[in-house]
Structure formats: structure tokens, C-alpha cells
Design a protein around this ligand. Sequence first.
Ligand SMILES: [Zn+2]
Length: 60
Amino acid sequence: MANWCENCDRPEEGDVCTVCGGNIVEPVHGPIPWRWRLFIVASIIYLVWRIYQLISWIVH
Ligand SMILES: [Zn+2]
């Protein structure tokens, strides 16, 4: 998972933000950003849908 710059609200690969020059701290504590939760939920729904499709394709 990429690091996240709180100032610029964008992902950053390195330890220092290339835009604002601030230090990037990995989000260890605190709530997960809602974007990540939305992304994770969307990924799970997509995977479940694909598995369901695959199973229904095999059964038929
Ligand atoms: Zn930044």
C-alpha cells in the first residue's frame, strides 16, 4: 500500500512528499481513510460477483 500525504491528499511512493516536501508517515493509527474503505469494499463486491459468475457458469 502506498503512503499517503495528509497535506496534499494524494498517494506518495517515497518517505518525503514530492509536492509539498513534507514527511510521509504511514497511516498506522487513526481511522482508515474512507477512500480506502470504499476501494476495499468495491474490490470485495467485484470479486464476489466474479466468483458468483464463475460458479453459475460451471453449474450450468
Ligand atoms: Zn504533500
